[in-house]
Every structure is written in structure tokens, then in C-alpha cells.
Design a protein around this ligand. Sequence first.
Ligand SMILES: Nc1ncnc2c1ncn2[C@@H]1O[C@H](COP(=O)(O)OP(=O)(O)OP(=O)(O)O)[C@@H](O)[C@H]1O
Ligand SMILES: [Mg+2]
Length: 427
Amino acid sequence: MGVCFSIEDHHLVQEQQQLPSKSYQARHDADQSPSKTNRPELEIRSMSSLSAPRNVTDLRQNPGYGNVDIFTYKEMTLATKHFRPDYILGEGGFGVVYKGIIDASVRQGYETTDVAIKELNPDGLQGDREWLAEVNYLGQLSHLNLVKLIGYCCEDDHRLLVYEYMASGSLEKHLFRRVGCNLTWPKRMKIALDAAKGLAYLHGLERSIIYRDFKTSNILLDADFNAKLSDFGLAKEGPMGDQTHVSTRVMGTYGYAAPEYVMTGHLTARSDIYGFGVVLLELLLGRRALDKSRPSREHNLVEWARPLLNNNKKILRILDPRMDGQYSVKVAMKVATLAYQCLSQNPKGRPLMNQVVELLESVQSKEEEAMFQSSGGAVTLYEDPRHSPHTQSERKSPIRSNHREPRSSTPNNGRSNSEPPPEATTL
Ligand SMILES: Nc1ncnc2c1ncn2[C@@H]1O[C@H](COP(=O)(O)OP(=O)(O)OP(=O)(O)O)[C@@H](O)[C@H]1O
Ligand SMILES: [Mg+2]
């Protein structure tokens, strides 16, 4: 999660010097939106596809997506055991997410399926627009690195989304909230590659899709740590023909949004690549995009770390010490250079997503080669120049975490990832 923002008028950025918080949007929406019982059927103006339902009435008349099931609210209640608090997986700007099981006791003949059920909070900041965007995009798209939408419920005022269950939760949880992070260098590179493939797929569609909310809490991991993108509420179709960009309200998450997009509202696929660069940096350094618990010059990860990325010695000093000994210096430099390029202030200086995929694939195959060539069990891919007693103590200093006590536990294992992330918010 992150601090989410939405700006109706980008000039606000200059006037306030800071991005308006979600509360700005909340007040703005409250002025215009009718109550829960009289919710407007908002159109998704950004969807140009003629076949896509433009509002909830359309969707009800033309449910359309053959591979997406339509559930009743009763079925949702049964699947979540009456929305049991200990079935809560997490909560974001959209609402609460529950673990659920859909089986024959929920719907006759249904093959037992583990799911995650997200219920729109009717008093929240997101509404039918985001809910329908998610149904429309995920209903039409299918890719190994996108979370599958299994179905939805749109009965009366209820708005729920039913996704495939991602057993290992979010990257944000593993990277920042778990005590004893088990994300090794190869795992992190595989997650980066999976997520890059998801973005490359979206960007490579005949009419490209800009994801707009790339961040660690939207990258979910299955039981085998395959990564998939979730949350298409902010996705937007890319420019067409000779258009260079689409003009939009500025929306996204603090710390991840590309600077030119925040300043102008001009959205291109290169904005996603900036967001990818931020996540890659978080993976490399094990630090959050925004972290107020650090010294003030380190609050904003990109501002602090980007200048250090093209200095070999300095990078080695700031790479996440929890990965010490797991990577080759040469490969680490390559990935750091990639992050540096993705984070270029100049959008044209950023690589395209398929180039990112190519580079990360080459990194993986080099590492596999190194593993293959090495003999015996554990592989040390490089000699860490910092292995001196002096630097040892520096490296072992704990990564500051913003851990909070969980609100509830998940079914079966008593584990929870439901606590709201500390600095979290979406634009
Ligand atoms: N398909 C899923 N499988 C398993 N857990 C999920 C799934 N979808 C969401 N979650 C859990 O629910 C949490 C909340 O997700 P949600 O997308 O609502 O909010 P967020 O991404 O944390 O914040 P934001 O509102 O800014 O996107 C996630 O961090 C994750 O732990
Ligand atoms: Mg999310």
C-alpha cells in the first residue's frame, strides 16, 4: 500500500508544493456523490472499447465475460463464512479483502477454489468507476503475470471482486513487514522479471494499457512465489495513433508516480516504467519508496539513492544487507544500472518494458549458468568486499521496519497481513 493521491487539477501540485492527500479527494467526492443507497452509475470514460460495459446497468444487461462468474451476495457470504474477521487478508483503499472458498456448498457443482474476495467499501474513496474498470480490464485480459479475476458480485449496492487466491500475499509484506525476510536475490530477480512481464504484456497490447499503480502492495505472490499484478482500478488505455500521451487526472501512489506525470497529467507507458524503477530500487535496497522513519535526506528513496546507483562502490554499500553473498557484483551493477535508467527524469531516457524484460532474463540466465558451473551445495557468487569486522557491524544494523501489529489472522495458519502499511497511500 502507499499514500494514494488523486488530483483533479495538477496546478494544485505547484500551489501546495505537496501532493494533496486522499482526504482532498474524499471531500471532493463527498460533495458530488450521492449516498450509498443512491450510488451513481459512473461511466468509465477512459475505456474506448465499444463492447465494454460503460456502467453497472450495462454490465447487468450484458454480463459479457464468459470466463468470469457472477456471484450472488449470498454466495459471497457463504464463501467467506459470513465475512468472518479472521478471514481478512488485508485492507486497501478499495475495501477489505477476505479469504474465501467457493465449493459445492456455495454453488452446486462448483469445483473447490480458493479465492480472495474484495468488497468495495461504500463509504470509501473508490467507487463504481474503479470497480467496473477492474471487471472490464481483468475480464478481458489474461496473462500468467496478471491476477485472474474469477468473478464478481454486483447485487443491489454490493460490489465485490473475486480473484484467484495468491497464497503468499503481497511483495510489500515480504519485503517490509515480515520479521526475517526470506526474499533472496534470485527470488527478488524472479519477482522483478514476472512483474516486468505483466507490464510488458499490458504495454504491448494492440491498444496499450497503462497500469498506473505499480507498487509492492499490488504485486502478489502465489504459493511458489510467482508474481502477478493486481488492482486495475486505475488502469487506463494508452495513446492512439499519433497521440503522444493521454491527459488524465493525476492518480497513483506517492513515491511511485513519474515526475512528469505528476506535473502535467500527461500519461504514457513510460510513467509505468518509472514506477517499475521505484519497485526495482526497493527490491535492491530493501527500503520503502517513502520512509519517514529514516534521516530526512533518505525519506524519498529515489532522491536519495538514484545518484548512488552509477557508482559501483556506493551501490555495494547500500544494497540490502539481507542478500549479502547471494549475487555477483557484475550482475548487481547491471540491475542497478537498469533501475537508474528506469528512474530517469526524462521519460525518453527510460527503457521500454520489453527491453527491461530482456535484460532481466539475461541476468537470470547468467546466474543459472553460474549456479550450474559451480560445484557442490551452497554457491557464493562473489566475494563481498565489505566482509571486514568493521563493516560487518554496519551491515547488521537492523533495517528499520514500520511493523504494526496485525488486526486479525488468516484462516488456517493464524497468520495475517491485514495491517495497513505504514506510509501507505494511493494517489
Ligand atoms: N488475490 C489475492 N490473494 C491474496 N491476498 C490478496 C489478494 N488481493 C489482495 N490481497 C491482500 O489484501 C491486501 C489489500 O489489497 P488491496 O489491493 O485492497 O490494497 P493495497 O494494494 O494494499 O492498497 P491500495 O488500496 O493502495 O491498492 C493485499 O496487500 C494482500 O495482502
Ligand atoms: Mg492493491
